[in-house]
Design a protein. Structure first.
Length: 561
């Protein structure tokens, strides 16, 4: 079995082996057919040539025998016997290529004296068939038949027997048979077949060598190009093909190397530009924090004193405070994005129950949903949904999804499902609002992208929440997917492996409309988050996502669609 699997693997992976095999098989079959046709043609030619010679010789001898019989003076049976014996002996002595001759009475002839041996030697009687005798008697003319003669060994040799009607005085109607051997022609044919066999084997071997050489000359550059392409795909941008000669394959190699050089230059330029952009974003975000702190201190002074200011100035102080909160959230998101781009983001993994995380996020978002006329419905399984996760990042992802659902849910209920199986846990957030098209669902995670640029972010998002959520999901080794249908709402599914480095496989929950079967339903308390577990209030400055640095969840939340 192992040998069979190895052979199948080698057959499927080696184009050279398949080309050589089919070329040799087709070439061998063609040579075999050619040798067979040639051998048949030569055999038929030799047989026809020998047959014509035998028929002419047999006819001449039969005619001579009949003239001798007609000219002899025979009066008794003994004279007829002596005449027949002398005739047979004369034919056997003068016909060097004949195996012998004999006389047999014609079928149905009963008149006259009987001719006895040696003229009727029974040693050749076995090769003469009664059908041939009957045909000679019926046609009264020379007839012939192919026969097999016993050879010097156990093998038989081909031959021809020719019969002619003769009349012997006193004895009556007889048939003269002459037997000819085709051993010489068979020897020639055997020699030709041996030569053809040796030539076919030699040509087949030459075909194997030639095919292997040609496929090596052709496929080696292709295999080298495939290996070089794999190394380039792995990041070895300096890898190049070895080019020899000036033929088409050499031109292919030079073109491939030129393409690789061009790609390397473009990738290096793009990588340098990306590094410059990342550094610029990071530097600008850091540099803006200092003036932002100064402006915030002044804005807080004005905000606390707004009661003593005229109405217009008081309103300006409130707007300034709100925009500063949003600006600070944007800086925090930019810094987080720059950490993802630089590969500096790390996980603080701990085993946690996704149900607890979802309940905590729902408790934070429930007041905001109540203000917009929406109601959050939880679909939670009874079994534990534990997984290795960074709860801070998972909470941030779920907050972004829930706030987006509230923003676009148009006051309809928002469903949150939690599921688990052997390798992954998942949470699906579904709203029944304006929805989105398939192209919009494909771009919803792009940075600063909005399906309708004319719509304002009523909840004050930065445009980076879903992009950060996607990076958080990838950092866990999971996925974040979107589904939408205009007028039927949208759904987002977060899937996280239960163990770090484990394959997610098929997500535990479907993405899209409600499945046919749902786990037990547990709704949040309409009265608000007081019935939920106690909430954890983050310290100021901690990266929480959409409402970083605010006292209430409604002051600066994310909106990306």
């Amino acid at each position: 079995m192992a040998y069979t699997r190895f052979g199948r693997r080698a057959w499927s992976r080696s184009l050279r082996l398949r080309v050589a095999f089919f070329t040799v098989v087709v070439g061998t079959v063609a040579l075999a057919l050619l040798a067979t046709v040639l051998s048949d043609q030569v055999r038929d030619g030799l047989f026809e040539q020998r047959r014509d010679q035998v028929l002419v010789d047999a006819a001449n001898r039969a005619e001579q025998a009949q003239r001798r019989f007609d000219g002899a003076t025979v009066s008794t049976a003994q004279d007829a016997q002596l005449l027949a014996n002398d005739m047979v002996e004369s034919i056997q002595a003068t016909a060097a290529d004949s195996e012998g001759a004999l006389l047999l009475p014609a079928p149905g002839s009963t008149t006259g004296a009987a001719i006895l041996p040696p003229a009727t030697d029974q040693s050749l009687r076995s090769v003469i068939e009664e059908e041939l005798q009957a045909e000679i008697a019926d046609q009264n003319f020379q007839q012939w038949q192919s026969i097999a003669l016993p050879g010097s060994t156990d093998e038989q040799v081909p031959g021809i027997v020719v019969g002619s009607p003769v009349t012997i005085p006193v004895a009556g109607n007889y048939q003269l048979f002459m037997v000819y051997s085709l051993s010489a022609q068979q020897a020639q044919l055997d020699l030709l077949q041996r030569v053809l066999a040796v030539g076919a084997v030699t040509l087949a071997l030459l075909l194997v060598v030639m095919t292997w050489y040609i496929t090596r000359r052709v496929l080696d550059p292709v295999q080298q190009a495939a290996r070089t392409a794999e190394l380039l795909a792995d990041g070895n941008l300096t890898e190049r093909m070895q080019v020899r000669g000036h033929d088409e394959l050499a031109r292919l190699g030079r073109s491939f190397n030129e393409m690789a050089t061009s790609l390397q230059d473009q990738i290096e330029r793009l990588a340098a530009l990306s590094r410059m952009q990342q550094r610029f974003v990071s530097d600008v975000s850091h540099e803006l924090r200092t003036p932002l702190s100064t402006v915030r201190m002044a804005a807080e002074v004005l905000y606390r004193a707004r009661a003593d200011l005229p109405p217009i100035q008081a309103r300006s102080a409130e707007l300034l405070q709100t925009q500063l909160d949003r600006f600070e959230s944007l800086l925090v998101d930019l810094l987080e994005i720059s950490r993802f781009d630089a590969g500096a983001a790390v996980l603080e993994v701990e085993e946690a129950d996704l149900r607890t995380v979802v309940e905590r996020v729902v408790g934070i978002t429930e007041p905001l949903a109540a203000e917009r006329g929406s109601h959050i419905v939880l679909h939670m399984p009874d079994e534990a949904c534990t997984a290795d996760m960074d709860t801070r990042r998972v909470e941030r992802v779920l907050r972004n999804l829930l706030v987006n659902a509230v923003e676009h849910g148009e006051g309809e209920p928002i469903e949150v499902r939690v599921g688990v199986h052997a390798t992954a846990v998942a949470a699906v957030v579904r709203d029944h609002g304006i929805g989105m098209t398939v192209p919009e669902a494909e771009r919803v995670f792009d940075r600063f992208w909005r399906a309708d640029p004319a719509r304002t972010r009523t909840l004050g998002g930065t445009g980076l929440g879903l992009a950060i959520a996607l990076e958080d999901a990838r950092l866990h080794g999971g996925t974040l997917e979107a589904w939408g249908r205009p007028g039927d709402g949208a759904a987002f599914r977060l899937t996280v492996p239960r163990r770090a480095g484990q394959e997610v496989g098929t997500p535990p929950l479907p993405l899209g409309p409600d499945p046919a079967e749902e786990p037990p339903v547990r709704e949040t308390d309409p009265a608000g988050p007081a019935a939920l577990p106690p909430l954890m209030t983050p310290a100021r400055g901690e990266l929480l996502g959409p409402w970083e640095g605010s006292e209430m969840p409604g002051q600066a939340v994310e909106e990306d669609r």
